[in-house]
Design a binder for this molecule. Structure first.
Ligand SMILES: [Zn+2]
Length: 445
């Protein structure tokens, strides 16, 4: 008996120890971000938690169970318009545990993860509701259709407005947020490119939501961008720091202390924006490294050149932080085959620059400077088979080509995006035999 009583007491003690050790956090606040492919709910917690998520049907809903937690946030303040969530409510599962229920109006694939504290936020629980309907895909890979069929394609510029959604970026005086400033500049740059013949802008981020850094470059590659421009307006620990700068990727290291600091900041945005399921395994990192080494050199040269043009134009409207293109290891620039630059439009931590950056007229001036730089580069060095390349040749209906060793008629046709038959007819050829030195007319339209 004596022993049993002791055992009971010990068990009780143990239970107390376990419950005080076990994770417990109340929900202090809730945010919601609407992206084209998913809706993200972020719960701010007072401490670490464990959670369970499951779905129920008829009616379709998602249930979140959080042990040892209380709901201290107001769920009714959430704007659910345009989201798959019809309503959200919370209740007690028992005296200790919290249950949150999301009533859905469409089917979604949920994913959830917990995030450890960082500089901007404490413990968080993130729930993503991913759309299940897949976007329509074309059967022909667009690279083939675009690059072989259309000899006058547009140059595609991927515009990446930094940060977004859960990640506000740098915050300046008057709570001016980087994500808002850069979205406005990105939209103006997109507008300018859209009305310029020969260019097609592609906004990577179209609203106030977060996209992981690797997904941004992936999106640019998927769109077959000729250029990736990431737009930022950052902060430095010293509020006196000022001026715009243009950055290209460096594999070896940053060219300045500022570069290390900024790259560190920007590379950490995934922690703030909330990337819980996208951690790249070691394998991917190795593979990424190999790919980078293989094809980086060419795009780095182009990046530096484009950066130079953009910098020169920025110098006309803004104070420059440095007169040369800077280098640092920004993750968002690591796109092996797409020339990529990162434009720091100014320092939001500098009160004078923050004031400028908050005005539409200054944002438009910056966008115009980036646009002019991009246009100048591609006018001088148009990629093959583009409208600008065609225009550079005087917009002629044909161009001349001298046959070299190893050429065949079909190779030449393929390379120039015309059919073999068209090339034959255009040159009034009676057979497909060609000889070295023979001059062919290549139709360009
Ligand atoms: Zn930034």
């Amino acid at each position: 008996m004596k022993f049993r009583r002791w055992a009971l007491a010990a068990t009780a003690l143990l239970c107390m120890a376990v419950s005080s050790l076990s994770w417990a956090g109340d929900i202090k606040n809730v945010r919601l971000w609407l992206a084209p492919d998913h809706t993200r709910l972020v719960f701010d917690l007072s401490g670490p938690i464990s959670h369970k998520l499951f779905t129920l049907s008829n009616p379709s809903r998602i249930v979140l169970d959080v042990p040892a937690s209380k709901m201290k946030a107001s769920l009714s303040q959430l704007d659910l318009k345009g989201t798959p969530v019809k309503s959200i409510r919370s209740g007690r599962r028992n005296s200790r545990d919290l249950r949150i229920v999301l009533d859905l109006n469409t089917k979604v694939k949920p994913r959830s993860f917990e995030l450890a504290p960082n500089k901007k936020y404490g413990h968080r629980l993130v729930v993503d509701l991913v759309k299940t309907s897949k976007p329509k895909t074309t059967t022909v890979p667009s690279s083939i259709s675009k690059k072989q069929k259309d000899p006058r394609r547009n140059i595609i510029v991927a515009i990446d407005a930094g940060h977004g959604g859960e990640d506000p970026g740098a915050i300046g005086p008057g709570r001016l947020r980087e994500k808002v400033v850069v979205m406005s500049i990105a939209n103006e740059l997109s507008r300018l490119l859209k009305k310029e013949p020969g260019f097609t802008p592609e906004l990577i981020r179209k609203g106030d939501y977060y996209i992981p850094l690797r997904k941004r470059t992936q999106a640019a590659r998927k769109k077959e961008a000729d250029l990736f421009v990431s737009i930022h307006a950052d902060a430095f620990k010293d509020p006196r720091a000022k001026g715009a700068s243009v950055w290209a990727l460096s594999q070896r290291g940053a060219s300045s202390e500022m570069g290390r600091w900024l790259a560190g900041r920007e590379n950490n945005t995934d922690l703030v924006g909330g990337v819980g399921t996208l951690s790249l395994g070691g394998k991917d990192e190795v593979l990424a490294g190999v790919l980078l080494d293989m094809s980086m050199t060419a795009s780095l040269t182009d990046s530096r050149e484009i950066g130079g043009y953009v910098l020169k134009n920025l110098g006309r409207v803004a104070h420059l932080h440095k007169r040369a293109v800077q280098h640092a290891g920004f993750v968002v620039l690591k796109s092996p085959d797409v020339p990529s630059i990162l434009v720091e439009t100014g320092f939001i931590s500098n009160p004078r620059e923050a004031k400028l950056l908050s005005t539409r007229s200054y944002q438009n001036k910056i966008a115009k400077a980036v646009f002019d730089g991009v246009k100048q580069h591609f006018t001088r060095k148009p990629p093959a088979m583009t409208y600008l390349a065609w225009k550079a040749k005087g917009g002629a209906a044909s161009s001349r080509y001298k046959v070299v060793r190893g050429d065949t008629l079909s190779v030449i046709a393929n390379r120039n995006g015309v059919t073999l038959n068209k090339l034959r007819k255009f040159n009034k050829l009676k057979s497909d035999t060609i000889r070295i030195g023979q001059v062919l007319q290549i139709p360009t339209s």
